[in-house]
Design a protein around this ligand. Structure first.
Ligand SMILES: [Fe+2]
Ligand SMILES: [Fe+2]
Length: 178
């Protein structure tokens, strides 16, 4: 599980509004998509949860932002050891998942595939419907899964874990730590 200290560290350096399109509620929906997919696929949940909070953490804008995945991976390396522990093999997968999440790839380690699918299932917030053929795993391609995640994405649903696990209270324009 992601610690509140890690979340606060990431948010303290996040250049965009925490309540924005690629901010905290997106990270939390990606995390919950990932939890569902990990249960069905056996993906490494710790890597999936870390991906959820790092992959868009170094965005500089809410549009096309080349290199933000690489910067997210580099930032994870900076915070590793201080705010979370991960062995080298697992860190390599986290790094690959973050760095390449914008490339539209489908072939990768099963845990990396789940990371990418968890993110792609939340495209509805940007007006894009997930296409099964562009998802990596059968678990994500399942139409019930797509429907569940897409509906939440469209209405920018804020999962309870934002407050319960991360201690963050989101309002429309930003966030206030509890
Ligand atoms: Fe991204
Ligand atoms: Fe994302």
């Amino acid at each position: 599980m992601i610690s509140q200290a890690l979340l606060q560290a990431i948010l303290s350096e996040y250049p965009l509004p925490p309540g924005g399109t690629h901010g905290v509620s997106h990270w939390a929906r990606v995390l919950e998509n990932g939890r569902r997919l990990a249960e069905l696929t056996g993906a490494d949940l710790q890597i999936v949860e870390l991906f959820a909070v790092f992959h868009d953490s170094r965005r500089l804008n809410e549009g096309i932002d080349d290199g933000h995945g690489m910067r997210g991976a580099a930032y994870a390396r900076v915070l590793r050891g201080a705010h979370f522990e991960l062995d080298e093999a697992a860190f390599k997968l986290l790094s690959e998942a973050c760095a390449d999440h914008t490339l539209g790839m489908r072939q990768a380690d099963p845990t990396v595939q789940v990371c990418w699918d968890a993110d792609r299932l939340d495209l509805g917030r940007a007006g894009i419907s997930p296409v099964p053929q562009l998802l990596c795993t059968p678990a994500a391609q399942d139409l019930t899964m797509i429907g569940w995640a897409h509906e939440r994405s469209l209405r920018r649903f804020i999962p309870d874990l934002v407050e319960v696990e991360w201690g963050i209270r989101l309002d429309s324009g930003g966030s206030t730590p509890k």
